[in-house]
Design a protein around this ligand. Sequence first.
Ligand code: AMP
Length: 198
Amino acid sequence: MRIIIIGPPGAGKGTQSQRLASYWGIPHISTGEVLRQQVAANSALGQSVEQFMSRGQLVPDETVLEIVERRLSQSDCSIGFLLDGFPRTVSQARHFQAYLEEHNLRLDGAIEFRVEFEELFRRMVTRGRCDDQQDIIRERIATYERVTEPLLNYYRRRKQLSVIEGQGTVEEVFQSLLAIVCRLPNQHKSRIASSCFP
Ligand code: AMP
């Protein structure tokens, strides 16, 4: 199972992605998390991305692509993976598609988390991560609308996009997410297909 999760900051995609990936037994790859670890470790990579992240801007495509390709080449990804927060731009999506084709792999689906602006803002203000201050939050949401929304059209055109309302409780959203994943075209080949049809 290879899926990607797209959604604005604060949509709950981190929590749900983690849960789905462990339920499905596939690695959860969050580019935001990898980047935050690099910043915390004060590595050369961390130093180069910190300026973008602290302003709520996207890190350059080349940097993220390199991180993702390196991670996907690790053996645990051979059974599939869940990408959380990548791709974030159409250019990243095109490169990712080229990577998949080059490795004879197929994406099973892209899932969009949809949550209203006011709710996103409320959740992020209460979460209080250091890139979650109010003006940065606005910038991150604006960046999402500007850069990431065209990405939704990219997957919509490819008929690979499913939408999930991220508004309910964690449990409700997870159940809707599972229902979507179970309906993805190739799920019957999944090693956990019995989870869909017990
Ligand atoms: P996230 O945890 O997914 O909200 O990501 C936190 C921050 O990491 C974002 O605001 C960006 O600065 C950076 N980031 C994460 N994923 C990407 C990506 N695919 N492309 C560019 N920047 C990213």
